[in-house]
Write a protein that binds this ligand. Structure first.
Ligand code: NAD
Ligand code: ISE
Length: 334
């Protein structure tokens, strides 16, 4: 089966996903695009023979030539499109975050639970990254004993145009929030934020930050968030267990030894570092749409990440340790 995909939001990741849907992956045909910047959507559609351009996302979702939807617009717009997909009974892959507040994510969870079967997959692609999967396998093998702590770094060379002063949590740290729930298999119960002196590259932004998360079973995770560090895109993680450690390896394609030094390239941004993860994630989504059974990070995962993200935003504002409390999990997600 070829899945006819409509894509909303033709910006950076929208164009990257269009490239993989049309040139890398199997089983997709992109039949429609939409963006509030209609000129941009029209320019992007020039490379998509036969695709229609829609002035609103809702019009795209309702279009009979669209079987399933990929949402790549800004975070605050995700809720309206995901809810419209659920109302139309169409599968939707929504880029992270599912929505930017827990209330919005809760409305999505409730709508999907009322619909009665899963339609939503959230773009937490680290779960598909070969390096993170190897890290999880090493931890699960028991070689390092019970995992006690994890040290993470999430470094970006610079920030996108839509970034505000809380995006360092809601747009960036949400990846670690989801990854920690997945890797440790335990919910996060509290968040705290520490603020070192500011990076002058970041203007008014509180950058960097140190985010501390606690899991329900007592592990502690520290995350350095640096989003204007110029030198490149650098994602790190080390799990400390009772008897050893397991460290995330960066995929390094080449090491050069010349002029008295050894050097390896640093990825420029997330497109380079996580290219393989996005390919696997979207291929599995297409296969699950064709097979009629939704898999991957669910609306519940999107909701749980948003509740922790809200707690971390409150911790950023107040300087306090903020506890996390989740709603009862609907049976659909058990
Ligand atoms: P971007 O600004 O490059 O593109 C977003 C596009 O959405 C823009 O073209 C904008 O005009 C459009 N848009 C805004 N409001 C809209 C609306 N109401 N309806 C339709 N289109 C609308 O941003 P980006 O970097 O591509 O990020 C988009 C989303 O993808 C964000 O949620 C971001 O967090 C997520 N993202 C995820 C990853 C990842 O690693 N998984 C990486 C980058 C971005
Ligand atoms: C961006 O939206 C992403 O999701 C990237 O993976 C992340 O590293 C970056 O900080 C975000 O702005």
């Amino acid at each position: 089966m070829v899945v006819r995909v409509g894509l909303i939001g033709t910006g950076m990741i929208g164009q990257d996903h269009l490239r993989r849907l049309t040139r890398v992956l199997a089983g997709a045909s992109v039949t429609a695009v939409s963006d509030v910047d209609v000129d941009l959507a029209e320019r992007v559609a020039e490379g998509l023979p036969g695709a229609t351009v829609h002035v609103t996302g809702e019009e795209l979702i309702a279009h009979p030539q669209v079987d399933a939807v990929v949402v790549c617009s800004w975070g605050p717009t995700h809720e309206q499109y995901v809810l419209a997909c659920i109302a139309a009974g169409k599968p939707v892959f929504c880029e992270k975050p599912l929505a930017t507040t827990q209330e919005a994510c809760r409305r999505i969870v409730e709508a999907e639970a009322a619909h009665g079967s899963r339609l939503v997959q959230v773009g937490y692609m680290r779960r598909y990254d070969p390096a993170y999967q190897s890290l999880q396998a090493a931890v699960d093998s028991g070689q390092i004993g019970t995992p006690l702590m994890m040290h993470c770094a999430h470094r970006n060379a610079g920030v996108p145009g839509f970034y505000d002063k809380e995006s360092i949590i809601t747009d960036t740290a949400v990846h670690e929030i989801d990854m920690v729930r997945w890797l440790f298999g335990s919910e996060i119960v509290a968040a705290q934020v520490f603020k070192p002196r500011r990076n002058r590259n970041g203007g008014d932004l509180q950058d960097p930050l140190l985010l501390l998360l606690e899991t329900a079973d007592g592990a502690l995770i520290d995350i350095e968030l640096s989003v204007n560090i110029r030198y490149g895109y650098d994602i790190r993680g080390e799990v400390v267990g009772e008897n050893g450690t397991a460290t995330l390896s960066s995929p390094v394609p080449v090491t050069v030894r010349a002029d008295g030094r050894t050097s390896t390239p640093v990825p420029l941004d997330w497109r380079e570092r996580f290219a393989r993860a996005y390919d696997i994630e979207l291929q599995e989504w297409l296969d699950s749409v064709a097979g009629g059974v939704a898999e991957g990070p669910s609306a519940w995962d999107g909701y749980a990440a948003a509740v922790v993200s809200d707690a971390a935003v409150a911790a950023l504002r107040t300087g306090e340790r903020v506890e996390v409390s989740l709603m009862d999990r609907p049976g659909l997600y058990s």
